[in-house]
Ligand binder design. Sequence first.
Ligand code: EPZ
Length: 424
Amino acid sequence: MEKMIVEGGRPLEGEVVISGAKNAALPLIAATLLAPGVHVLRNVPDLRDTRTILSLLDELGATWRRDGGTLFIDSSSIAYTEVSYDLVKTMRASVLVLGPLLGRLGRAKVSLPGGCAIGERPINFHINGFERFGVTCHLEHGYVEALIDGRLQGTTVYFDIPSVTGTENILMAAVLAEGTTILRNAAREPEIGNLIDMLVGMGAEIDGKGSSQLTIRGVDQLQPAEIEIIPDRIEAGTYLIAGAAAGGEVTVRDCRPEHLPALLDKLAESGARVTVGERSVTLCLEPRDRNRLKGVDIKTMPYPGYPTDLQAQFMALMTLSNGMCVIRETIFENRFMHVAELRRMGADIRTEGNNAVVTGRGPNGLSGAPVMATDLRASSSLVIAGLAAANRTEIARIYHLERGYENLVAKLSGLGASVWKEKA
Ligand code: EPZ
């Protein structure tokens, strides 16, 4: 086990290059199961989670090699097998192989994901969606076994909640189905647009990209893909919030500003200066101006609303403001695990169900302390708090961070932060 040490109280200055998006890489790697041959995926981040889904492809019989940021994946000889609990419990997104395996082989067996720190996170929308295609799903011994005789039959699937991986899984099942499938109230995250671009490049016929209604005309077979993973909007947002919290001037490069509409508005409303370029965003909040940081309410919503994956990070920033704000988490039922840890650093936060009332204590309101990471985005919230707090913060269980932030220590150090890892 390792811990991260953050010596806070220093402004951040400089540029950071954004990596490929974790939440695009995972579905796009799963989508290679849909077509035999060698797929080429560029700008793939090297993360714990991408390594996990690649070991899952190993289990299924695919072969792959990495050359820098490019992955060559050959799924010609995949064989039916079950995806073990050991793999799924480390990463829920393993369920994303269900859709492509059903499309390609007509059967799949995957362990049901357990809950996780941020909520129960069931996959009923995925299961119900598959059954709409004529698939039979057996749930027993902690596994879901899905199978169908012959091809999936085109259908209509309505999502009660616009589920991101639910939309991705059903989309990947639909592209090889017989006939037309319509998805209603589908999620609209940019990562889904990246997946649609990949599937269309493989020969799929999909209309409605970016909207909440997708129409898919099934085809008989697909060709291997060549695709570039989009930049990680959550990584980019994390560094911008860190710049506001520590003070200074941070430019995130190779990002897509249009994928962060809500965050950029909220950062500007809080008093930071936000300058948008074509593929970059610069955030500036001089250290001397940090005492004019305002409290700004946020309410997490499906894209293009404020992203739940940037809620914890923004909360850390708001503890440094000179005002109050209400943070409402509407996507997950337990995504305030970072609150108790931020309180250990002096934050004034009161929670009531899915609402958190933050009373900022000004730019010097936090002090370093030993804290513990509980989930990926809560961990980055603690790093941000540590950067803003005077003296030293030690963050335990930083394997959570390594799931979703490529080269975090190097990137923060490049911005002038004093951070390093030590054996815990
Ligand atoms: C994706 O998770 C992301 N993960 C999450 O990012 C992100 O927080 C989430 O979307 C919301 O934006 C990946 O893309 C790999 P959902 P997902 O299905 O698809 C409920 C990170 O930090 N629901 O959109 O699992 C669910 O419980 C991670 O990178 C059902 O009830 O989320 C939640 O309340 C964390 N039944 C809501 O819908 C289902 O079958 C939205 O979940 C599916 C979901």
